[in-house]
Design a protein around this ligand. Structure first.
Ligand SMILES: C[S@@+](CC[C@H](N)C(=O)[O-])C[C@H]1O[C@@H](n2cnc3c(N)ncnc32)[C@H](O)[C@@H]1O
Length: 293
């Protein structure tokens, strides 16, 4: 079952013709377009995301993510805005993502098949591949982000789907990487994501998770500035300004305990600014690989 799944040919997301979403149909040569979108992004009221007719896999996308996360007009569902987001995210994080992703890649060194859940524009999957992991998969619900990722990072298997129902066979990966996904998942579905991780990561396999830190969310201004300087203040401002509907419940739940309840032994739980990094091993004896002779 596992080998059959991985032998299947996959969609070449780089070549798929995606339909224009409403932001793609705007006249970008008019200066008023950028102004209107900026005003919409800054406004406190948020619209629902509208998926254009003919979007591949639209029925696989859960309703709870069809919101304008990060104040993006139509969220992650258009060619223009998704590409801008995939390029701009690291800049908005002041270049800190490179060190965070390198940390995740170090934890998964030696793995042979790793999935990057919520891969977005594919930057973490790209780092994993460059670090020497032979087989890397990137999974995300947004076809627009998958297309960006597939063009930017060839040699990776891109899969459209939700982290709570990946479609992967049981115990089929020996590493799972997560970068800034779980704080976007509502508590009920987070439970499903953890159950899915338990199912797809083989015993002895490793999970490495990078998420926003509670430091910039929970601490008030002065302690953040005292502990983390102007960068801490910037990340606090960012966390208060950007639309993240499930950020507060994410920071309130005992993530490490929940991981343990799902059969992961927590090896590290480091809280800094702007990241929290958690690393865990899937409990149970690794499967014995039969010797060829
Ligand atoms: C903040 S972005 C992070 C992207 C990428 N991991 C990175 O570090 O650049 C969050 C990503 O998670 C995806 N996402 C949100 N909910 C998801 C879910 N339930 N399953 C899989 N991906 C999801 C979004 O489409 C988006 O691409």
């Amino acid at each position: 079952m596992t080998e059959a799944y991985f032998a299947e040919s996959t969609i070449d997301w780089a070549a798929v013709e995606l339909p224009d979403a409403w932001p793609d149909r705007l006249d970008w040569s008019r200066p008023t377009t950028a102004f209107r979108l900026l005003r919409r992004a800054m406004s406190r009221s948020r619209e629902r995301v509208t998926l254009p007719d003919g979007l591949p896999g639209a029925d696989r996308i859960s309703k709870y993510i069809l919101q304008e996360f990060h104040n993006l007009p139509n969220g992650n569902y258009s060619k223009h805005i998704s590409a801008g987001y995939a390029r701009g995210f690291d800049r908005a994080m002041l270049g800190t993502m490179a060190a965070g992703r390198a940390r995740v890649a170090r934890a998964l060194a030696g793995a042979t098949r790793v999935i990057d859940l919520g891969c977005g524009g594919g930057h973490l999957a790209g780092v994993l591949k460059a670090s020497g992991v032979p087989e890397v998969l990137g999974l995300d619900p947004s076809p627009y982000l998958l297309q960006f990722a597939a063009k930017a990072y060839p040699g990776i298997r891109w899969v459209q789907g939700m982290a709570e129902r990946t479609g992967l066979p049981d115990a089929s990966v020996d590493g799972a990487a997560i970068c800034f996904l779980l704080h976007e998942v509502p508590p009920k579905y987070l439970e499903e994501v953890l159950a899915e991780l338990r199912r797809i990561v083989r015993p002895g396999g490793r999970l490495a998770v990078l998420e926003p830190s509670p430091v910039q969310w929970r601490l008030s201004w002065w302690p953040v500035i005292r502990g983390h300087g102007w960068r801490g203040a910037y990340f606090k401002w960012l966390s208060l300004s950007v639309f993240e509907p499930f950020l507060d419940p994410w920071h309130r739940q005992p993530f490490a305990e929940r991981l343990a309840a799902h059969g992961f032994q927590v090896e590290a739980d480091e809280v800094g600014c702007p990241f929290r990094y958690v690393q865990a091993v899937r409990e149970g004896a690794p499967a014995v690989v039969p010797s060829p002779c």
